[in-house]
Design a protein around this ligand. Structure first.
Ligand code: HPA
Length: 270
């Protein structure tokens, strides 16, 4: 695996030839941030050696390098989900590559179901912590000591300084943001009302099908992580309505400009 990571990192580094300040992973319906990037290089996932190919609607499958908020960023427009059939090693491979290139800051976004009754559909939530409910662990198997420790600490997963900064940026721009715990599940089914209730009882504020694997791997390698989520539907008893992937994307796209503004200012301040 290490050889593959290094080969893919070299392939990208040779094209970029300068340090990259941040990696960004854009979730469902949240690819609009790319329009804010002064793009220098776009590479389709299919052209990147060892990269899996994204298949889900709304996930474009491009790696984009450019300038955002005065910083050099590498953005993934479209991520790899476990439910698509990829192994956890494949889902998290791009994050391994980011770190190998020299990227130390990871920004992740996603769409989620709201479990906290104080949340409304369309709310922007800064992820304060997560609960890993995936059936397979991205660090399962022999540890590669060169990448990180066998037993990584997870007590400070989502960087407190970036979380506090995000709140200040939101206030300054008149944007309401809240904080919460993200429960990562495998999908692809949305939750039954009873499952939403269970995840709330277990301590979750949000539930979604991504992010946790990438964040675990980023922390394994000591990267600084910031996560942000858009509540696209409610899992609160009495408020649950039928939903579809299209509706999730539609709600995400509406809230996306506010999320983008926060991410842009956060990155500018790195
Ligand atoms: N559950 C799981 N994943 C999701 C949801 C949800 O309600 N909304 C968006 N992604």
């Amino acid at each position: 695996m290490l050889e593959k990571i290094k080969a893919t990192a070299s392939f990208i580094s040779e094209k970029v030839k300068r340090p990259i300040d941040a990696g960004i992973i854009l979730g469902s319906g949240l690819g609009g941030l790319v329009n804010e990037i002064d793009i220098e290089l776009t590479i389709a996932y299919a052209e990147i050696p060892n990269f899996p190919v994204s298949t889900v609607d709304g996930h474009n499958g491009h790696l984009i390098v450019g300038t955002l908020g005065g910083k050099t960023v590498l953005a993934m427009q479209g991520r790899f989900h476990f439910y698509e059939g990829y192994s956890m090693k494949e889902v998290t491979f791009p994050v391994r590559v980011m770190k190998q290139i020299g990227i130390n800051n990871l920004f992740v976004s996603n769409a989620s179901g709201g479990l906290n009754p104080e949340y409304n559909v369309g709310d922007i939530i800064v992820i304060s912590d997560h609960i890993n409910f995936f059936p397979e662990h991205p660090l399962h198997g022999k540890n590669i000591d060169e990448l990180g420790p066998r037993f990584p600490d997870m007590s400070k997963t989502y960087d407190i300084h970036l979380r506090n900064k995000a709140k200040l940026i939101a206030i300054k721009n008149g944007i309401t943001i809240k904080e919460g715990v993200y429960v990562g599940v495998q999908g692809p089914t949305f939750e039954t009302p009873s499952e939403y209730k269970m995840f709330r009882l277990l301590g979750g504020d949000l539930v979604g099908m991504s992010t946790v694997p990438e964040v675990i791997v980023a922390r394994h390698m000591g990267m600084t992580v910031f996560g942000i989520s858009i509540v696209t539907d409610s899992g609160v008893p009495g408020q649950i309505v039928e939903i579809s992937h299209e509706e999730v994307q539609e709600v995400a796209m509406k809230a996306e400009p506010k999320m983008t503004l926060i991410l842009k200012e956060l990155i500018a301040g790195l």
